[in-house]
Design a binder for this molecule. Structure first.
Ligand code: ADP
Ligand code: MG
Length: 701
């Protein structure tokens, strides 16, 4: 019943009608009563405090003033046209100014009428003025509901305003709607959860998010509604995970055999870090349970994820399975192939590489050896996903830099075996805990939070373009010591032409400054054919060139331990996580490494924060946290298709504790009652089924 009424098209609401309903749909995507009910105020005017004009101060935020319009006039020519009104209370007067909607406002404000004005006072020509203030005729107060102390402000549009659906109009619509539906709204959370978390009921919360009687109840309403949002996302994620583990048996890796042991005791050229050991242990436990593993392995650049992946692959082989590792680029696949091969040494495990440029003949033989089970490990790019690639017995899929793959591609890999293979997804982009809980809430997460011993932290400096000579001098010194240098240029699509010009000019200036034959350069950018790119890369990897000038194609995973300087041009144009990734290309050898961030003099405050953060810290998780604060959860890579954006009130960069509580509660609920069968969880089950009909159980992350 309640659900029925909430599905009513918004045009049937008192005071809306078909014309307004059309605009509501178009401008605010409000189709039904339910949509309108969830169009929450974006702020509230605090009506407990009126300011006197004498008290105004340019440091004040937006304030509320009660006064009278004294006069008004339209000034300026076609381009500077504005409406200016004189507004007065018993302590002084200010100017109100409008540059838009002049005709409409002109009709509303008549000299002599009393208004409540809301806006930010600024000093202009020695006088206080407020531009585009919100206006409320004083008399209209009578029709407000109750004694509103906090007045809701709704986002609206020009078009809606013309049809009387400004914030005030929307407030009236909400009042009508709530009167009609509030008592029929069904609770979504059982009492025991409400009590445990001291949450108010849903009806009360929805009423008070629109018409709060005081700040305490508003806070309680917000908390309740945020909890709902977070709780049901977690329920969906964790329920998906539960169903998946029930449905899919996993390959058993319960033998630690010859391959693993020989590698560990004879081949491994270094001592594993404590974090690497812990992660290997976590994965081993997970792969012995007979349940399919879906694990995200997070570890900063250089933390040694590859060797962890390799050891798990050896474990798979010890148990009679094959393994594959998939990388997002050809360069990276090559690199994995070579480094795994050199770690393994000869005559041990059989390993091959498959990429888009693998020749047909090699490919055919590779397919055969894969199907017969002769091949143990396959390294490659997207080419691994193709249907022609068939394994005899695939037990483990490792995916490097996972955010580059779509869900669909991953699902294809996972169907390559009757028993779905274990999946280990590796990412060097540290994800703040809260974001990981939401984005990857249905995966298990392992973290390598420690770099191998003896690594010297990379020294980072920020230079302006005017300090370029210093940079050249430093480059000469480092090259004289036998080091290699990366110089990276941004190449960002929208302005590709301009970027290309910069890149070309940059390349030229490097060649002029570091002439051949004394200096050799590798030049890598997206316009090169794959083959050329690979050969330029190889020259650098082999140490034949000292300077590599590149666009961000080298971002992912490239490993040249002798490269000790990373120079990033126009660093202000890169995001924090990208800067951090790029910096991670150096600091891989025993030598002190450096990162030089070049920028123009004019920096936005965000750009400055990014560069300062890079100079201050090497800690990827700290950087990720700041990135989240700067950009908000919706703009972090990988969040676009996830439910994170559906959050109306909760903000996972702020509501960390609430999120942890919600998740913990869901874990508890599902532990006690995995199918939500009990009487006390009936509400949860009903709401969940109505909200998430037909979850795709096929999805792997
Ligand atoms: P990432 O986590 O960025 O993928 P890699 O796996 O490429 O890092 O490792 C970076 C470098 O560190 C490689 O040269 C690797 O051989 C080396 N390495 C990995 N683990 C250790 C360790 N425990 N001690 C010393 N060096 C290590
Ligand atoms: Mg790597």
């Amino acid at each position: 019943m309640a659900e029925q009424i909430l599905k009513t098209p918004v045009e049937y609401l008192k005071g809306i009608g078909s014309q307004r309903a059309e605009i509501l749909k178009k401008d605010l995507r409000i189709f039904t009563y339910d949509d309108l009910l969830h169009h929450y105020p974006f702020r509230y005017i605090d009506r407990t405090r009126f300011y006197k004009i004498r008290e105004l101060d340019p440091d004040l935020p937006s304030v509320q003033i009660l006064g009278r319009i004294i006069s008004k006039e339209i000034l300026g020519d076609k381009h500077t046209k504005r409406l200016v009104a004189k507004f007065k209370d018993d302590t002084g007067s200010i100017e109100l100014v409008w540059f838009q909607s002049i005709r409409w406002i002109d009709k509303i404000i008549q000299p002599g009428s009393v208004f409540i004005v809301f806006g930010k006072p600024v000093i202009f020509n020695g006088h206080f003025s407020i531009s585009h203030p919100e206006l409320e005729p004083y008399q209209a107060n009578a029709e407000n509901r109750g004694n509103l102390t906090l007045q809701p402000v709704y986002s609206s549009t020009e078009k809606l305003k013309q049809f009387n659906l400004d914030s005030k109009g929307l407030q009236r619509a909400q009042a009508a709607l709530i009167d009609q539906v509030i008592r029929q709204i069904k609770e979504t959370l059982p009492d025991y959860i409400l009590n445990r978390h001291k949450l108010i009921g849903l009806q009360k919360a929805l009423y008070n998010i629109h018409f709060p009687e005081n700040t305490e109840i508003l806070k309680a309403a917000e908390t309740r509604l945020k909890f709902d949002e977070l709780f049901f996302i977690q329920l969906k994620l964790l329920r998906t995970k539960l169903v998946r583990t029930q449905k899919f048996k996993g390959a058993l890796f319960n033998t630690v055999g010859n391959n693993f042991n020989t590698f560990y005791s004879e081949k491994l050229p270094f001592e594993l870090t404590a974090a690497q050991k812990r992660v290997i242990k976590e994965i081993r436990q997970d792969t012995q349970r007979g349940v399919q593993m879906n694990r995200l392995l997070q570890g900063d650049v250089g933390s040694g994820k590859t060797v962890v992946a390799l050891m798990i692959m050896l474990l798979a082989i010890d148990n009679g399975y094959q393994a594959c590792i998939m990388a997002p680029t050809e360069i990276l696949a090559q690199q994995h192939y070579l480094s795994i091969k050199s770690l393994l040494g000869d005559g041990f495990v059989s390993i091959e590489i498959l990429t888009g440029s693998t020749l047909k003949k090699a490919r055919t033989s590779l397919h055969q050896r894969l199907e017969s089970g002769e091949l143990d490990i396959l390294v490659g790019t997207h080419a691994l996903i193709e249907d022609a690639v068939k394994f005899k017995n695939l037990g483990l899929v490792v995916i490097d830099e996972q955010h580059r793959f779509g869900v669909e591609q991953r699902a294809k890999l996972w169907r390559k075996n009757i028993i779905p293979p274990h999946v280990l997804v590796m990412t060097a982009t540290p994800i703040p805990r809260t974001l990981a809980m939401t984005l990857y809430g249905d995966l298990d997460i392992s973290v390598i939070n420690e770099l191998p011993a003896g690594r010297k932290p990379i020294k980072t400096v920020h230079l302006y373009h005017s300090q370029r000579l210093r940079m050249f001098g430093f480059m000469r010194e480092e090259i004289a010591k036998g080091r290699q240098i990366y110089i990276v240029y941004p190449l960002i699509k929208e302005s590709e032409k301009l970027d290309l010009l910069y890149l070309e000019a940059g390349i030229q200036s490097i060649i002029d400054e570091f002439p051949m034959p004394e200096y050799q350069h590798s030049i890598v950018h997206g316009k090169l054919a794959a083959k050329e790119k690979a050969s330029e890369m190889q020259r650098f990897v082999k140490g034949e060139t000292q300077i590599m000038v590149a666009t961000t194609v080298i971002e992912v995973g490239v490993n040249v331990p002798n490269a000790s300087v990373m120079i990033i041009e126009n660093a202000e144009r890169f995001g924090l996580s990208q800067l951090h990734q790029l910096r991670g290309r150096v600091g891989r050898g025993a030598e002190q490494s450096f990162c030089i961030l070049m920028s123009g003099n004019k920096l936005s405050s965000d750009a400055r924060t990014r560069l300062d953060t890079m100079v201050r810290t090497n800690d990827g998780f700290e950087i990720a946290e700041i990135d989240l604060q700067l950009r908000g959860p919706g703009n972090i890579e990988g969040t676009q298709q996830s439910g994170v954006l559906d959050l109306k009130l909760a903000d996972i960069s702020i509501d960390q504790k609430l999120l942890a509580d919600a998740r913990q509660t869901v874990i508890q609920v599902l532990e006690d009652d995995p199918e939500l069968k009990s009487e006390s969880n009936l509400l949860l089950k009903q709401y969940f089924e109505q909200k998430s009909p037909g979850i795709s159980w096929d999805k792997i992350s």
